[in-house]
Design a protein around this ligand. Structure first.
Ligand code: SF4
Length: 317
């Protein structure tokens, strides 16, 4: 943990200077429009920056304002989401827009607590909108920020596995410099994306290196390797856990995506039947799969992604 105000001040100054020199020019960094910030944050939750940029620009061209998104047929919003995956995000985004319009007169709340009351907004998104749109000095954790805060202020993931989310949020809060929340959170996020990556952190070029708990632990282990060659522990860098994701093809999410893709290809407003949908969703679809498909579609209807009327199914209006 950081021990002195001087150490913290120095780390802040180094990280902010690094960001000034290395920040990517991303379109959502050029705006403070809370609607545009919300769109970017929802897209970025599960999708890489490079894939989000063209989708973000196209989405804002199609729905340039909160009002236009709120008024659009949900089917159109889902169509514009094509290629991003996790289609539920599109429906939730529109629900948020409608709630801001109907419950807040079209003006986004500025405070995290009020933002969290909106449908589809979790602690991360609320913090990100409060910070990136309204420049509030708040802390929030996405995957990148969490990883940097943990390594910098606590230590390697495998050596401090019990640190709670609440503790990490408190540490992140303690690090935000007054009056510079926007810059700070952008900087720490960028460090996690470009330098302090999950499997291969580039500590040698990291501005936090001198104050980093994880780096100190790894370096200490390296020195032990040098001094005690016969008792070599595994190199800490190799123990950084790799994310192992369940196979996507064949998963429920895979087939949910195929249902939505098939419905996107229908003419706007038109239906299809579950029986016709089956072969579009699953190769070698057979009558024995009918109950499975119905269950899948019922789940999508529950999430607001499709409309199911008996055997008829389509994107929602
Ligand atoms: S020194 Fe290494 S582990 Fe620490 S914050 Fe920088 S990149 Fe991450």
């Amino acid at each position: 943990m950081l021990t002195t105000p001087d150490t913290l001040a120095e780390a802040r100054q180094r990280l902010l200077a690094w960001f000034e020199a290395n920040a990517r020019d991303l379109p959502w960094r050029r705006t403070r429009d809370p609607y545009a910030i919300l769109v970017s944050e929802v897209m970025l939750q599960q999708t890489q920056v490079d894939r989000v940029i063209p989708k973000y620009l196209a989405f804002l061209a199609a729905f340039p304002t909160l009002e236009s998104l709120a008024a659009a047929p949900t089917a159109e919003v889902i169509r514009m989401w094509a290629g991003l995956g996790y289609n539920r995000r599109a429906v939730n985004l529109q629900r948020t827009a409608r709630a801001v319009l109907n419950d807040h007169g079209g003006t986004f709340p500025h405070e995290v607590a009020a933002l969290r009351e909106l449908p589809g907004i979790g602690p991360y998104t609320a913090g990100a909108v409060a910070c990136f749109a309204f420049e509030q000095d708040v802390a929030f954790l996405d995957t990148n920020i969490r990883r940097v805060v943990r390594r910098w202020l606590v230590g390697p993931e495998d050596q401090e596995p019990t640190t709670s989310e609440r503790q990490l949020v408190a540490l992140a809060e303690s690090a935000v410099p007054a009056g510079q929340g926007w810059l700070w959170n952008q900087a720490i996020m960028e460090l996690g994306a470009l330098i302090c990556t999950a499997t291969a952190p580039s500590c040698w070029r990291c501005p936090l290196r001198e104050h980093c708990q994880a780096y100190a632990a790894w370096r200490s282990a390296d020195e032990q390797i040098f001094n005690l060659p016969e008792q070599r522990p595994a190199r800490p860098m190799r123990r950084v856990a790799e994310r192992r994701e369940a196979p996507y093809a064949g998963s429920s999410r895979f087939y949910r995506g195929r249902v939505v893709d098939a419905l996107r290809n229908l003419n706007p407003g038109s239906h299809t039947t579950l029986a016709a949908l089956g072969p579009l969703v699953k190769d070698e679809f057979s009558p024995a799969d009918a109950a499975w498909l119905a269950e899948l579609v019922v789940g999508l209807a529950r999430d607001g992604l499709v409309e199911l009327d008996g055997e008829q199914v389509r994107l929602p209006h």
